[in-house]
Design a protein around this ligand. Structure first.
Ligand SMILES: NC(=O)c1ccc[n+]([C@@H]2O[C@H](COP(=O)([O-])OP(=O)(O)OC[C@H]3O[C@@H](n4cnc5c(N)ncnc54)[C@H](O)[C@@H]3O)[C@@H](O)[C@H]2O)c1
Length: 467
């Protein structure tokens, strides 16, 4: 799979959808292209005094909205092509869920397990410094978030680095996914996985689709396999189980396990914490490789690790009828076609994992407005409280009734507000895509791209061209 080109895969899906749009080639090219691509290298002095050169990238895909927004990935897979593809997906994802950001992505090519915590901190801070120097980081220009291999800890270091260099009253809004005491928002860590659950639940409600797949409507009793038990995979699995689904298979780096009777997620996490592996857990069967479980018997397959996992090599063997793309780009274009021919329903990444950026948007708004969500009836006048509810209304396209306003104003905390905004966003966006799918008789991925092209295209048209 060494000839795998992620950005070309994204553009192939884009081109397929673009045929249904009304825009001409020039404008479509402008939507597709990456506006800024920055490759940075810097030296790291290792704990033993040796020097190692580190490679990082930040790509701002689309400036039709500012700031641009997208996570930072730490992985050995990081390269320019991957970062460009992920940045482009961010543009389309934000448009699909009506979050007013352009897309961006960053990455550092490292194997985290080779570095101490203090080395990781120095790498993160130096990378942030390099981005700040080139105006690739700031509350109004480009706002990173966690992605594969990074989390709240790294975001906290990025904020602190920014604050050391800039006297900016909005500094907290320069990055999202921060620790709560540093301006993070409750529910951001879980948001992507929880959004994955809301999206799959919505898809399973559709009687017609479930009938076509030979499944009962609803999530209750449906079996699923998850690949990757990191931030997204763990929270998706946890929410799926709470929603009534049964986890029958898991893949992690070290291998994959299966048990048709169901696997206890929380005990599996504890077991992996203690032993460093999922293998040997309870009565599960160990499969021959860490990708084998993707082909196991289940209703729903949730790839939540990396791109290019469902490809020409395994697509024909996949038995799941629903593919919930929690990771970015898990299915190649060819695999997508094979699965579609088999009649599978693919819920695409550009919609399904948008819960993270949706809640990042809430966090960014919270930081810019300099208010503190949470138990507000004790701290704020009703007016301020309503301001925040109005923000949630605008984001989620939901109108709270006077009664709801009253109830929420008296009892809601930040977590509830974030959660209801996330749920509404995922439900409404699914239904919007579904309508488009029906109108043009296309699949959900094409509908998501078309939806994004329409929304981004209109903005480019209205903006005009700066001479
Ligand atoms: N973190 C977010 O908010 C967010 C938002 C949108 C999309 N995503 C996407 O979701 C995916 C996962 O991101 P994350 O933040 O959960 O990363 P993470 O680093 O928290 O977790 C990834 C997990 O996948 C496992 N993994 C790696 N390769 C594997 C393999 N071949 N087989 C099985 N397991 C494997 C890792 O060991 C790790 O536990 C990525 O594609 C990312 O771009 C993340």
């Amino acid at each position: 799979m060494s000839d795998y080109k992620f950005f070309a895969q994204v553009n192939e899906a884009f081109d397929k959808a673009a045929k249904y749009s009304k825009y001409d080639k020039g404008l479509l090219d402008q939507i597709k292209i990456c506006n800024n691509v920055y490759h940075v290298t810097f030296p790291l002095e290792r704990d033993d005094g040796s020097i190692e050169v580190i490679h990082g990238w930040r790509v701002e895909h689309s400036h039709h909205k500012l700031p641009t927004k997208g996570g930072i990935r730490f992985s050995t897979t990081v390269n320019e092509d991957e970062t460009m593809a992920l940045a482009a997906l961010m543009t389309y994802k934000c448009a699909v869920v009506d979050v007013p950001f352009g897309g961006a992505k960053g990455g550092i090519k490292i194997d985290k397990s080779r570095f101490s915590d203090s080395e990781i901190e120095r790498i993160t801070r130096r990378y942030a410094y390099e981005l700040i120097k080139k105006d690739f980081l700031g509350p109004g220009s480009d706002v990173p978030a966690p992605d594969y291999g990074t989390g709240a800890r790294e975001m906290g270091w990025i904020l602190d680095t920014y604050r050391q260099l800039k006297s900016d009253i909005n500094a907290e809004a320069c990055v999202t996914g921060k620790p709560i005491p540093q301006g993070g928002v409750r529910g951001r860590t879980e948001a992507t996985g929880r959004g994955v659950y809301f999206g799959i639940r919505e898809a399973c409600k559709n009687k017609e689709d479930m009938e076509d797949l030979g499944l009962e409507p609803g999530l209750e009793g449906k079996t699923f396999v998850v690949q990757g038990l990191g931030n997204v995979g763990y929270h998706a699995a946890q929410n799926m189980i709470q929603g009534g689904a049964i986890m029958v298979g898991v893949a992690e780096i070290e291998g994959s396990i299966y048990d048709a009777e169901g696997i206890d997620l929380e005990r599996l996490m504890e077991y992996r914490e203690d032993t460093g592996s999922i293998l040997g857990f309870d009565d599960t069967t160990e499969l021959e490789s860490n990708t084998k479980v993707l082909e196991a018997e289940c209703d729903i397959l949730i790839p939540a690790a990396l791109e290019n996992q469902i490809n020409e090599g395994n697509a024909a063997n996949i038995k799941a009828k629903i593919i919930g793309e929690a990771a970015n780009g898990p299915t190649t274009a060819k695999a997508h076609d094979i699965l579609r021919e088999k009649g599978a329903l693919i819920i695409p990444d550009s919609y399904l994992n948008a819960g993270g950026v949706t809640v990042s948007y809430f966090e960014w708004l919270k930081n810019l407005s300099h208010v503190r969500f949470g138990r507000m009836e004790k701290r704020f006048e009703e007016g301020s409280y309503r301001k925040i509810l109005n923000v949630i209304e605008n984001i989620s396209d939901r109108k709270f009734s006077e009664a709801e306003m009253g109830i929420l104003a008296q009892g809601a905390d930040e977590r509830d507000l974030v959660d209801s905004g996330l749920e509404e966003t995922m439900v409404n966006s699914y239904n919007e895509l579904n309508e488009l799918r029906k109108t043009h008789d296309i699949d959900l991925r094409t509908a998501a791209f078309l939806n994004a092209i329409n929304k981004v295209g209109i903005i480019y048209n209205q903006m005009g061209i700066f001479p």
